[in-house]
Design a protein around this ligand. Sequence first.
Ligand SMILES: Nc1ncnc2c1ncn2[C@@H]1O[C@H](COP(=O)(O)OP(=O)(O)OP(=O)(O)O)[C@@H](O)[C@H]1O
Ligand SMILES: [Mg+2]
Length: 252
Amino acid sequence: MDSRSLFSVRRLSKTFPSGRVALSCVDLEVARGEFIVIAGANGSGKTVLVKIMAGLMDASSGEVFFEGKPLSQAADALRVSAGLVFQDADAQIIGETVAEDASFGPKNLKLPQDAVKEQVLAALKAVGLEEKADFPARSLSGGEKRRLAVAGILAMGCKTVIMDEPFANMDWPGVRSVLQIAAKLKSDGKTVIMLTHELEKTLALADRLAVICGGRVVLDGTPRETLDNLKPEYGVRDPRCSYRAVEDCSWL
Ligand SMILES: Nc1ncnc2c1ncn2[C@@H]1O[C@H](COP(=O)(O)OP(=O)(O)OP(=O)(O)O)[C@@H](O)[C@H]1O
Ligand SMILES: [Mg+2]
């Protein structure tokens, strides 16, 4: 295995008890420090893939290696160094207030109290939520909850950040703040795995673009290579178009 390999996904399959096949023989390598975007239509298997990679769901067959070890032996390393920002931001809120919520991860890592405070404050600042530190976390808007989830991961100092549809419900400043964070993670040498349909918002940051269709990785390459090989049935729109007139502003 390549020494830069962070995640190595081998022949991963997932079939739910209902018989629904969510993943079918997926192979995927993610190198340390890489920024990979994974795109695919609704229901193509993106979230199931990263949930298995993050150790939150069992596979039906196949294996995931993290830092060269099978996930079953890498649970501790994974917990400390990889964070997943959920697609469903509500499902990720644990704390009463915004600051408490962002503190949950670093407290769990048993960091000293002062360090927790400092890291939480810096993380809330990074996502533009420092003024809402004492607000009830559940009272935040959808986009703010997503920023809070990002803050929680940042506060843990994770080396790998997995973001599942980070732009959903986000206004323009929100999208920009997530992108600025993602760019900073990248320049700090961290690994970013981003699942999104909204390629036009983020592809410039990506080293790689993979496409999943019907539970299979159908394309995996540089963003340019992947876009050049898109097929309509993959359900991913090539973002390399420019809007010049109101009449052009349609995804139809
Ligand atoms: N807990 C579950 N039980 C049964 N089926 C599931 C479960 N979770 C996901 N699935 C099914 O697995 C398939 C892949 O789901 P997944 O959530 O990975 O899609 P996705 O690519 O993330 O889609 P989206 O773009 O809508 O987020 C879907 O058909 C979904 O219905
Ligand atoms: Mg999903």
